[in-house]
Design a protein around this ligand. Sequence first.
Ligand code: MG
Length: 170
Amino acid sequence: MGADERMRVGLGYDLHRLEAGRPLMLGTARIPHDRGLAGHSDGDVLCHAIADALLGASGLGEIGRLFPDTAPEWAGVSGAAILSRVSSLLADSGAVIENIDAVVIAERPRLAPHRDAMVSGIARALGIDEGGVSVKIKSNEGVDAIGGGEAIAAQAVSLVRLRSADRRAP
Ligand code: MG
């Protein structure tokens, strides 16, 4: 790391309800299931949590401000499109993504077989190496709304490298 650079960490969290009649999109991947995540967007909680982690680390705000759920132009917006937009914003501000580590919390369906597709889809949307993306999968042991299969949540942290001259509010 250069003397004129500094590292910043960011945190993201999201939860969406599962609803019949929608495709299940997670980490840009379409996952076979009888329900999908509800929302103004495609409901991709994993991409949303990662977007917020990156925006937070870079001092660029949050996903709700960039993609308001009242804006018709963002109806149905995909997780991949959100990550691509966030990646462009970071690049414009001189921020470089070091890595992302994320956890998806879902009782059903079984997500492990789709982990590689999620990692590669996220990396592709952000324009970074797959080695910089980690996705972990947890169940909620049958506890609460996630454990009962009513919702899926995701958490993410990211590390970005910023030029020290960029003094943004934390
Ligand atoms: Mg969301």
